[in-house]
Ligand binder design. Structure first.
Ligand SMILES: [Zn+2]
Length: 320
C-alpha cells in the first residue's frame, strides 16, 4: 500500500517528506538485507536533498525501498534526535541505521558493493528526477517513470529465467548444473566466472595434514599475489575463505570452488545457495510476506483510507 510521512518544524514548514508504495514495501521484505542509502543530489528549487533507499534484486537490478526529500539541516537534526515519527516502516529503517553505515565493511554482507559505488546507485534515482526547476510533483512524476522502467526490466528478467534453462559452459559439471538450477541468469553468470577461474587459474599450494586448511594461489604470477587461506570442515560442510566473498556477497569464491575441486566434490553444500540470489527469490519471499501480513493484518485496517485522503490533500497543496 502507498504510504507517506511528513515532518514539519515548529513553524509548520515542511522539513522532510518520505514516500513508499506497496511494491517498494514488498521489495524491502524480499531484498532488504542490503540497503544503499546516499544523499548527494539537491533539489535546488526547495533546497531539498533527494535521499533514495535503494536495494538490489536477485537479477542484480535496482529496486527502490522508499524515497525521502530532506531539508539538509533537518536531516542532521533528525539523525541526532532519531525523531522519525511513529511510522512503523521508518522506525524499522532507523533501527537498522547502523547497517547503512557499516554495510560497506569487509565482514558485512554488502553484495560486493563498494562504498565508492553508493553514489551511483543513488544517482540512478535522483539524476532522472532532480532538476533545478523541479517541483515535488515533477519529481514524483519522474520517479514514476524510473520505477516503471525498473519494474518492467525485472519482469523481463523473471520471464527469461522462467522460460529458458541455463546451459553451463562445461556441460557435464555437476557443480555448474547445481548452480544453474538455482541461480538467476545474472547471478549464475557471476558464479560460472568464479568456477572457471577456480578450474583454470587457481592451484592449491598447501594442504594441512587433517585436510582442513588450504592455501590457494594463482598458477601463474604467484609472486605478485597474496595467497588465500581456505578452511573447510568436512563434517559440517563449512567453508571459509580469507577473501570473504561469501560473507560479503553471498556467492562462493574461486578459492573455495578450487578446494571443492581438489576434494572431487560433485556438489557443494546447499547452505551456500543463498535464497536472495535464486531465480525464484521473489516468489518465495513474497509468499512468506503474504503469510506474515495476513497474520498481522496490518494492511487491512481503516488507516489506508485515511492515508489516501491525506495524500490527496497533501499532493494538491504541494502542487499549488
Ligand atoms: Zn576466496
Amino acid at each position: 500500500m502507498f504510504a507517506w510521512d511528513v515532518q514539519y518544524d515548529d513553524q509548520d514548514r515542511l522539513l522532510n517528506f518520505f514516500w513508499v508504495d506497496g511494491r517498494s514495501r514488498i521489495d524491502y521484505e524480499c531484498f532488504g538485507d542490503v540497503l544503499i542509502f546516499y544523499t548527494s543530489y539537491r533539489l535546488n528549487k526547495y533546497n531539498f536533498v533527494c535521499a533514495p533507499f535503494v536495494g538490489v534484486n536477485n537479477h542484480w537490478q535496482n529496486v527502490l525501498f522508499g524515497l525521502a526529500f530532506l531539508l539538509e539541516e533537518a536531516w542532521d537534526e533528525m539523525i541526532k534526535k532519531g525523531n522519525l515519527h511513529n511510522h512503523e516502516w521508518l522506525q524499522d529503517l532507523y533501527k537498522i541505521r547502523r547497517k547503512w553505515s557499516t554495510a560497506f565493511n569487509k565482514d558485512s554482507f554488502c553484495i560486493g558493493i563498494l562504498s565508492t559505488q553508493r553514489s551511483e546507485y543513488a544517482n540512478n534515482v535522483c539524476h532522472g528526477i532532480s532538476k533545478p526547476t523541479s517541483s515535488l510533483t515533477d519529481c514524483f512524476l519522474g520517479l514514476e517513470k524510473i520505477l516503471m522502467n525498473w519494474r518492467r526490466n525485472e519482469q523481463d528478467e523473471d520471464y527469461k529465467c522462467s522460460q529458458s534453462e541455463i546451459v553451463p559452459v562445461i556441460k557435464n559439471s555437476s557443480i555448474l548444473k547445481q548452480a544453474a538450477r538455482f541461480y538467476s541468469r545474472k547471478i549464475y553468470s557471476i558464479f560460472e566466472e568464479e568456477f572457471i577461474k577456480a578450474v583454470g587459474e587457481m592451484s592449491i599450494d598447501f594442504v594441512s595434514t587433517d585436510s582442513s586448511k588450504y592455501i590457494v594461489n594463482y598458477i601463474e604470477k604467484k609472486n605478485q599475489n597474496h595467497p588465500w587461506v581456505v578452511y573447510f570442515d568436512a563434517t559440517e560442510g563449512n567453508i571459509q575463505c580469507s577473501c570473504k566473498k561469501y560473507e560479503t556477497m553471498g556467492l562462493l569464491c574461486s578459492h573455495c570452488l578450487r578446494v571443492f575441486k581438489q576434494l572431487d566434490m560433485a556438489k557443494f553444500p546447499e547452505k551456500y545457495l543463498l535464497l536472495r540470489w535464486s531465480a525464484r527469490a521473489r516468489q518465495v519471499f513474497y509468499s512468506g510476506y503474504l503469510l506474515n501480513s495476513q497474520r498481522s493484518n496490518n494492511f487491512q485496517s481503516g488507516r489506508g483510507f485515511i492515508f489516501r485522503n491525506q495524500v490527496s490533500r497533501f499532493a494538491y497543496q504541494m502542487s499549488t
